[in-house]
Ligand binder design. Structure first.
Ligand code: BG6
Length: 493
């Protein structure tokens, strides 16, 4: 069978310019992802990586910085001295203050010595996106290049529109790659394969057969030294507006005509535009916000959100959100999508659960009438897997039903290593594949949908509900489902 994968194509030469080249994301994710691609021989020999930052370093000092800060983030099995040395040969550094357009002349000179299409990766705060793009335009570095925008892209609909308008005056939409790293996760790609590569699920993928859908992205980590940033952001902006709504749109979208970027993004957009708007009482009834108090994660005491460095005293920023969302279209009318995400929860887990309706009449006893007996669970992390739950007869006399599972654990089935989300996405940028990047109108639709919730929380007195670290969030999140005759998967007996 012909396979279609990223390694089928030889990637073109590139000059990858990394703004924020000494930042946290560069050191933990971006440079390790480029190293992994280099190690697998996926990068063209002429491909160069230029770190750009305000730290006054020369090229040699940058290499030493990478030895100290990037190398420790490479997974042990991928690390060998010779490969690291050859990766270093791709690296260069330009010291500049991104708010000073004159400084970009030095960048242009450096790029003049390199081959391949420039890719400008903006791993900086969003306030620098527009100044950087304008400065690139002022030194004529826009034509033929691509720009990658990291989240957060703005703080709300207005600020995100302002950035998109300004960047859009400089770069055409098909030069702009808005990253949502959840779209690069192998299991998310698999969701597309599962839905659109098999005939099995499609007839069931609709309101007639689906009772409810749950999307959980739970973290054990707290704000990890990002208290300052997080306190201005909160879980709704940090996770729901982007990652969770993107997952929802992939689950709920109609089959696209092809995997062409716009064909996929048009369908996702239709879902985002069909989300039932929430207002006033709708927000109170369907959205739960929480904030963690102290507790224990894996038997270790962890302190409360409000005691984290950088968090303001009496902060009302949410570290947990649970919502009931409806998609107002022919396929999904009336099916609740329950979304939740939070920090300091009882486990690290990203999972999509499709609960199918029980049989309409059971000749085999009450068990077959219980919702949730037929379920598809798609685990995105950790340990990607797909599990199909059904009822079967227990051995022995009589007809006693018992839940059984068909499990597909991807790491047991596929022997080849899986790519990290960032690696996959960076290779897509180099190759010019836009399908896994968020188009402007999608982003706008997602902000538009969350905007009334943000407004409500800003204007209404009220505080997030407390929850103990190491639990599944505030009791109100369970009550939200109970009011809809449902429960979260872990609450089932
Ligand atoms: C990021 C958020 O986008 O996603 C972080 O800013 C969060 O707060 C992270 O921790 C979660 O990503 P992952 O891939 O670890 O699930």
């Amino acid at each position: 069978m012909p396979k279609t994968s990223i390694d089928d194509t030889k990637l073109p030469a590139f000059t990858f310019v990394l703004f924020g080249g000494t930042g946290d994301l560069a050191m933990r994710k971006i440079l390790p992802a480029l190293y992994a691609a280099h190690r697998e021989g996926m990068l063209a020999a002429e491909g160069r990586i230029v770190g750009v930052a305000q730290l006054r370093l020369d090229g040699h000092a940058y290499l030493r910085w990478c030895d100290e800060h990037v190398r420790p983030h490479l997974p042990e099995p991928l690390l060998d001295d010779a490969t690291w040395r050859s990766f270093r040969e791709r690296l260069a550094y330009v010291w500049l203050d991104a708010s000073q357009p004159e400084a970009f002349v030095a960048l242009r000179e450096t790029l003049g010595t390199m081959h391949g299409r420039p890719i400008f990766y903006l791993a900086t705060g969003p306030s620098l996106f527009v100044p950087i793009c304008r400065a690139l335009a002022s030194v004529a570095l826009v034509e033929n290049s691509r720009v990658v925008l990291e989240k957060p892209l703005g703080h709300d609909l207005e600020s995100s529109n302002a950035i998109n308008d300004a960047v859009g005056e400089i770069f055409a939409e098909d030069q702009i790659y808005r990253i949502d790293h959840y779209l690069g996760k192998e299991a998310v790609q698999n969701l597309l394969a599962l839905r659109f590569g098999n005939s099995l699920f499609e007839p069931l993928w609709r309101r007639e057969w689906v009772e409810n859908i749950q999307i959980t992205v739970a973290e054990e980590l707290g704000v990890e030294g990002r208290g300052n940033f997080y306190d201005q952001t909160g879980a709704l902006r940090d996770m729901v507006q982007n990652h969770l709504l993107q997952l929802l749109s992939i689950i709920a979208m109609e089959p696209p005509q092809s995997m062409d970027a716009d064909a996929v993004r048009d369908e996702k957009l239709r879902v985002l535009r069909a989300l039932k708007p929430l207002a006033d009482d709708g927000i109170r009834q369907n959205v739960v916000r929480g904030q963690y108090h102290s507790g224990a994660i894996r038997d270790t005491f962890v302190s409360a959100y409000q005691a984290e460095p950088g968090v303001s005293a009496g902060s009302t920023t949410e570290t947990f959100v649970a919502l009931k969302v409806e998609v107002e279209n022919w396929r999904w009318a009336g099916v609740p999508f329950f979304l939740r995400t939070g920090k300091r929860l009882a486990g690290r887990l990203a999972e999509i659960v499709i609960n199918f309706k029980p049989v309409p009449h059971s000749a085999l006893g009450a068990k077959a009438l219980r919702p949730g007996s037929n379920r598809l669970t798609i685990r995105l992390q950790p340990n990607e897997s797909i599990r199909l739950s059904a009822l079967a007869k227990q051995p022995g006399i009589g007809m006693t039903l018992q839940g059984v599972h068909l499990d597909l654990a991807f790491d047991q089935f596929f022997t080849q290593g899986r790519m990290e989300a960032y690696q996959r996405l960076l290779l897509d940028v180099i190759a010019g594949r836009l399908a896994l990047f968020v188009r402007r109108d999608e982003q706008e639709a997602a902000w538009r949908w969350v905007a009334p919730i943000i407004d409500d929380w800003t204007t209404r007195d009220g505080e997030p509900k407390p929850y103990t670290s190491g639990t599944w969030g505030p009791a109100a999140a369970s009550a939200l489902l109970a009011r809809n005759n449902a429960c979260w998967q872990e609450e089932e007996n």
